[in-house]
Ligand binder design. Structure first.
Ligand SMILES: [Zn+2]
Length: 534
């Protein structure tokens, strides 16, 4: 299904995209990559939702491409590693949320005010509990930050603003904002539920678009070992535009909190004058999907038993609420782009073989959009020896929508893999930079994080921009209008030379990492080094 806007764009693109080859690409021209993207993002694949027929078709296509490239199967069942999931959905018709204060009950609208998150509400619950505002809701021992200090939280529902104070390094803040880490200390304090208010200063997607898909089912890995919020009875996502309602009668307004949060200033902590009354009805179902694993065996008798992983998620969010008449969320950039790169790089090693001492593992994971679940499963149960994975180069939505002059390297300062990525970019005339927008939390928002948590040095690189340039606006507009929307399809402008340059960069990074005798290591002062065994 195509919307009219896409049809108009299609006409312009036909004129704009033809090749002006400026990228330093020697093995890629962007065309074979884009052909794969077109296949994966076709309407017939229905947005590749985890567990769907569309995703199975995409995976069959990927396996065919990897086979054609001469790779060996390295899954549990040929190229496939089966993964079991449980799916959760809120039955909104039978559920309700309300705020209670001074004996008055004010119902909340799921569409406009707040909705029950099926990601954090796993069983049906009927409850009522007082609210306590806990700032950013963080406890970070390394920085002596304890936003729970002195508060009575037993049996309470906590309210927090997404984000972190500016004196906390990005990686540390990102880590402690993950649901599992946050829940560890909230649970210890006796909390029973959470209300997260999106930070208006760092929202990728406007509330209207978040809300319209709130009823999309969420998933978790079926095995109990992966359940990281036991005891959490309810999780609610709150619209910042309605958040004044929560603060009514308390000593602070949301306007005041949002203004502090915008500048990442410390926030106050206090018991609120309202309680939340909730009736959550949750439906659960089981389903199965799979990761895809293929390998290019290395040449060195010893090092070939070590693996450099090239990973990308092949799933997307499927069919959702229609926007401009289109309900297929094609996921061309997210992450048709990264999956296609994996296939294209595999093919380049067949067309232009080069010696690799270590082996390279080509990994297409499922259920990234459900919370990095496919990669979490693979990292916990790898199909190669766990200690043999030396690095993860993850590619997710690298956005070749402007010429590749700047490369944003997630993890640049954390390991010598980051240093190596920067040096390779520089050698190609591309300027490497760390993430200029740390508030977006990007380093923990894709599959590299599953590897990082197992101690494996990782990078995630993206076509970048510098703050205050016109390119920044192009990326901002892309996130606002296309990210997780049906218009992330193949009728959007794409810069093929930028894609080709990015592929060349990735190929060089894989080769260099596979051929350098020493394994990549975390920097001595990296926060993430704590996960590494050595
Ligand atoms: Zn996504």
């Amino acid at each position: 299904m195509r919307n009219t806007l896409s049809a108009i764009l299609l006409l312009t693109i036909a004129v704009v995209t033809p090749t002006q080859q400026t990228a330093p690409a020697s093995h890629f021209d962007g065309n074979s990559w884009w052909a794969h993207v077109k296949f994966l993002a076709d309407d017939s694949l229905e947005g590749r939702d985890t567990g769907s027929e569309g995703l199975r078709k995409a995976q069959a296509y990927a396996v065919e491409q990897l086979q054609k490239a001469g790779l060996e199967p390295a899954g549990a069942n040929g190229f496939y590693q089966p993964v079991r999931f449980t799916q959760f959905q809120v039955d909104e018709a039978k559920s309700s949320l309300a705020l209670v204060s001074g004996g008055q009950t004010v119902p909340l609208s799921f569409a406009d005010d707040a909705f029950i998150s099926s990601r954090s509400t796993r069983v049906s619950a009927v409850l009522s509990a007082p609210l306590v505002f806990i700032g950013y809701g963080l406890k970070i021992p390394e920085k002596n930050l304890d936003e729970l200090a002195g508060l009575d939280l037993k049996g309470k529902i906590v309210v927090y603003l997404a984000g972190s104070p500016s004196d906390i390094p990005t990686a540390l803040a990102s880590h402690y904002q993950t649901a599992g880490e946050r829940w560890k200390f909230l649970r210890a304090a006796g909390v029973i539920g959470t209300i997260g208010i999106a930070n208006p200063a760092s929202m990728d997607i406007p509330w209207s678009r978040i809300s319209v898909n709130r009823n999309h089912p969420s998933m978790d890995l079926a095995d109990a070992e992966f359940y990281d919020t036991p005891g959490l009875q309810i999780g609610v996502a709150f619209n910042p535009a309605s958040a004044e309602k929560l603060f009514a009668g308390s000593a602070h307004t949301f306007a005041e909190i949002a203004a502090l949060g915008k500048d990442r200033k410390p926030l106050p902590h206090f018991a609120m004058a309202t309680s939340l009354k909730a009736n959550a009805v949750i439906q659960t179902t089981s389903l199965e999907s799979a990761n895809i694993v293929a390998k290019l065996t290395g040449s060195d008798p010893a090092l070939k038993n070590e693996f450099v992983v090239l990973s990308a998620h092949i799933d997307h969010v499927g069919i959702g609420a229609p926007i401009n008449g289109d309900s297929i969320y094609n996921g061309a950039m997210d992450n048709g782009s990264g999956s296609s790169l994996v296939m294209d790089i595999a093919a380049s090693f067949k067309a232009h073989p080069e010696k690799t001492r270590r082996s390279i593992l080509f990994l297409l994971v499922t259920a990234e959009e459900k919370g990095l679940l496919g990669s979490k499963y693979f990292a916990a149960h790898p199909t190669v020896a766990p200690k043999s994975i030396v690095a993860d180069v993850n590619v997710d939505m690298f956005l070749p929508i402007v010429p590749l002059k700047i490369l944003k390297i997630g993890g640049l300062e954390e390991s010598d893999l980051g240093t190596r990525a920067a040096a390779i970019a520089q050698s190609m005339g591309i300027k490497p930079i760390p993430d200029p927008e740390p508030l977006r939390n990007a380093f923990i928002r894709s599959d590299q994080y599953s590897f990082i948590k197992k101690g494996v040095p990782a990078v995630k690189c993206d076509v970048g921009f510098e703050l205050g340039t016109p390119e920044q606006k192009i990326f901002k507009d892309w996130l606002t209008n296309r990210y997780h929307a049906p218009s992330d399809d193949v009728n959007q402008p794409v810069d093929l030379p930028a894609a080709a340059g990015y592929e060349e960069f990735t190929r060089r990074l894989l080769l260099d990492t596979a051929n350098t005798a020493a394994r990549p290591r975390w920097k001595a002062d990296s926060f993430f080094r704590r996960y590494a065994a050595d």
